[in-house]
Every structure is written in structure tokens, then in C-alpha cells.
Design a binder for this molecule. Structure first.
Ligand code: HEC
Length: 236
């Protein structure tokens, strides 16, 4: 009897040694019902520019079809590892994005789809975003100008109103530059969105009188984000 007991103990010890090898969490914590962990890696800059804006740069998980973050964690400049634990969303996405105070997604810089197979596997989802600048201006330039405006403002041939919104030129073409469309106004006058034709273009119907009506180009949350950037000083 003694020998059998010793044998069993020995075998159990062996099994444990085998299971633990190379695992970060014990197996019982990685079951699907416990959710999974998202680990963001990369080098983030620009996050500090959100202080007192009402917006936050976050690592967030969204349920498919929802614009509101299910769970989120603030990212900071210089932090190279951000973790979200116990995520239980089965279909949706994990995103490096900016949300407003209602946790609504405003603009997304990088995302990764989550499907049931990832969720079931449990454990860890690695989300590497590389070197990214998430500052408000970079988000506007990269996620709005370069997607929605560049075909008329910049790109290859000409720039409407002489306004080039390509990443290299957008800032210097906008901030403290006199408008060519509305006499007496600036394209962007820091802290004064009402004196900025950028705000007029994306958030009002003033451009109905221009040769191209801009009024419905952007969802209102994105126009509001641009207005907030102007009001907070239009930092680069
Ligand atoms: C289909 C072409 C087109 C698209 C797309 C477009 N624009 Fe324009 N934009 C124009 C034209 C044309 C003018 C000049 C209007 C005029 O002279 O009456 C203009 C003028 C402007 C002005 C005024 C410039 C000044 O000197 O005051 C701003 C600001 C502007 N656009 C911003 C944007 C932004 C931001 C987007 C994207 C969200 C955008 N535009 C998308 C065609 C376009």
C-alpha cells in the first residue's frame, strides 16, 4: 500500500511539473468562462495631450455592433504594456482608440477582431500596435484628413482652396493661416473654433455657400472632437 501511495504522489508531482512549464497562468484561470486577457504592446506617445479635454485614449473592447466600450483602460505615453483582464466579449474587437466621457468610440487608431475562437481559447490575446502617436491632432490627421478629405485637399494633383491636408502639411496649412474662402477668418484660430473655417466646414452648414458643401462629411462626434482640439489650443 505504501509503495502505491508514494508512486501516486510521485506521478502527481510529475504531472504538475509538466503542466506548469511555460504557462503564465495556471490552467484553471484560462477557461473561457473566466474571460481572457488582452495585452497591448507598443510604444505610445501623445496620450498626455488629452488632459482636461473630456476624451481619453484607451485600450478598449467593444461588443460587435456597439459603439460603447465594454471595458477600457487608459493608455499613457511611455507605458509599453497595458492589460485588460477578464474580458468576456465573444464577438467584437479590441481597439486602441479615443473615447468620450460616455465611453463612446470617437476614433480608432488600431484594432484586432475578436471572435468566439479567441474568446474560447482563453488565456492571452496579444495586441501589438508598434510605434504610435495618439495625440488629438495625429488622430484627426490620420483618421479623418487622410481618409475623408485628402482626395480633394492634397493627394497628387491639386488642393481645393489651396489647403493641403496631407500628414506632412496639414498642421502648417491650417493653424494661424488666413482663410482663402471666408474673408477675415482663419482656417484654425487656436481656442476660437467660431473663427475657424475648419470648424465651419465640419460642424456647421456655413459651407453650403462654398463651392463644395462639407456639412455632412463627418459624424457629429468627430466634428465635436475637432472643435475640442481647436478650443484646447490646437496643439500639434
Ligand atoms: C469633394 C471635394 C472636397 C472634400 C472631400 C473636402 N473638401 Fe474641403 N474644400 C473643398 C473645396 C472645393 C473648397 C473651397 C470652397 C470654396 O472656395 O468655395 C474647400 C474648402 C475647405 C476649407 C476652407 C479653407 C480655407 O481657406 O478657409 C476647409 C477648412 C476644408 N475645406 C476642410 C475640409 C475637411 C476637414 C475635409 C474632410 C473632412 C474636406 N474639406 C473635404 C473641397 C472638398
Amino acid at each position: 500500500m505504501k509503495t502505491i501511495q508514494i508512486g501516486l504522489i510521485g506521478l502527481t508531482a510529475l504531472l504538475y511539473a509538466g503542466c506548469d512549464e511555460g504557462k503564465i497562468y495556471p490552467p484553471e484561470n484560462t477557461a473561457g468562462e473566466e474571460g481572457f486577457t488582452v495585452v497591448l504592446s507598443g510604444s505610445i506617445t501623445g496620450a498626455e495631450s488629452y488632459a482636461a479635454t473630456g476624451y481619453s485614449p484607451v485600450l478598449a473592447v467593444f461588443e460587435e455592433g456597439s459603439e460603447f466600450a465594454e471595458v477600457s483602460k487608459a493608455v499613457e505615453s511611455g507605458s509599453d504594456n497595458v492589460e485588460l483582464n477578464n474580458v468576456k466579449v465573444e464577438n467584437g474587437s479590441v481597439e486602441l482608440c479615443v473615447i468620450n466621457s460616455l465611453r463612446k468610440r470617437i476614433l480608432t487608431l488600431a484594432s484586432l477582431d475578436i471572435d468566439a475562437s479567441i474568446a474560447e481559447k482563453g488565456g492571452i490575446v496579444r495586441f501589438d500596435v508598434g510605434d504610435v502617436n495618439i495625440s488629438p491632432f495625429e488622430m484627426i490627421s490620420d483618421r479623418i484628413f487622410s481618409t475623408t478629405c485628402i482626395q480633394c485637399h492634397g493627394g497628387t494633383s491639386h488642393s481645393a482652396a489651396g489647403l493641403n491636408l496631407s500628414p506632412e502639411q496639414a498642421y502648417s496649412m491650417l493653424v494661424d493661416v488666413a482663410s482663402t474662402v471666408e474673408p477675415g477668418m482663419m482656417r484654425v484660430k487656436p481656442e476660437k473654433k467660431d473663427q475657424s473655417t475648419l470648424w465651419e466646414a465640419v460642424a456647421t452648414d456655413a459651407s453650403a455657400n462654398w463651392s463644395f458643401n462639407h456639412s455632412n462629411l463627418l459624424p457629429s462626434e468627430q466634428s465635436a472632437f475637432i472643435g475640442n482640439w481647436i478650443e484646447k489650443g490646437a496643439q500639434k
